[in-house]
Design a binder for this molecule. Structure first.
Ligand SMILES: [Ca+2]
Ligand SMILES: [Ca+2]
Length: 203
């Protein structure tokens, strides 16, 4: 083996194990639980909204909208133990705002999977946008049809007077951003959860 071939061979040996643990976003997949397409999840800045497993379909029907990301490398092989700190959730158009990064609950498992189940600490809404995962600061193109609404209607990550003003307006003229249980009406149910969220802000 000449010197050049030896160098290439050595580099290949170094590169292969490293590449195996590098996510390839184009092949990663963000899934929502079966039957939860179009589900809406209520959130507030303190993370005290609904769990993703307690989302609402149109008509206010409860549904599990847990989001699961499968992390794979360029070969499509799952990457286990990929750190949660390097993965976070956004909405495809930036409508959802969050207190810091909305990371999943744990590192990836042996199947390369990790999930978002706990309530998201955030505000504004992503009613017209899909949920999207970011991994290693790169977006995963495959998105999930799960949407967020927040008691923090203005998106400044605090529920205060400006939100109360907007919420009150929806009692006279319906707006989906204040329909926290997705039953197509803003009424006592929404008033109750909104009232409980007043005063909340990021932890
Ligand atoms: Ca606000
Ligand atoms: Ca409602």
């Amino acid at each position: 083996m000449n010197r050049c071939a030896c160098l290439v061979f050595t580099l290949a040996l170094i590169a292969v194990p490293a590449m195996a643990n590098i996510p390839f976003p184009d092949l990663c997949v963000l899934d929502n639980a079966a039957g939860s397409d179009g589900a809406v999840v209520f959130t507030n800045p303190a993370g005290g909204g609904n769990m993703l497993s307690d989302a609402r379909l149109t008509g206010g029907v409860p549904v599990d909208a847990t989001l699961t990301l499968t992390v794979v490398n360029s070969e499509g092989d799952p990457i286990a133990n990929y750190p949660a700190s390097d993965i976070w959730l956004v909405s495809s158009g930036g409508g959802l705002v969050t207190c810091g990064l909305a990371m999943p609950g744990a590192a990836t498992d042996a199947n390369g999977q990790t999930s978002w189940v706990a309530g998201i600490a955030g505000g504004s809404n992503s009613l017209a946008e899909d949920a999207q995962a970011i991994i290693g600061s790169a977006p995963v193109p495959n998105t999930a049809a799960v949407h967020f609404v927040g008691a923090d209607i203005t998106g400044d990550l605090a529920v205060n007077l400006s939100d109360i003003t907007l919420f009150t307006q929806t009692l006279a003229a319906y707006n989906a951003y204040a329909d926290f249980n997705n039953d197509q009406v803003v009424n006592l149910s929404d008033i109750t959860v909104f009232t409980q969220a007043i005063g909340t802000a990021c932890p």
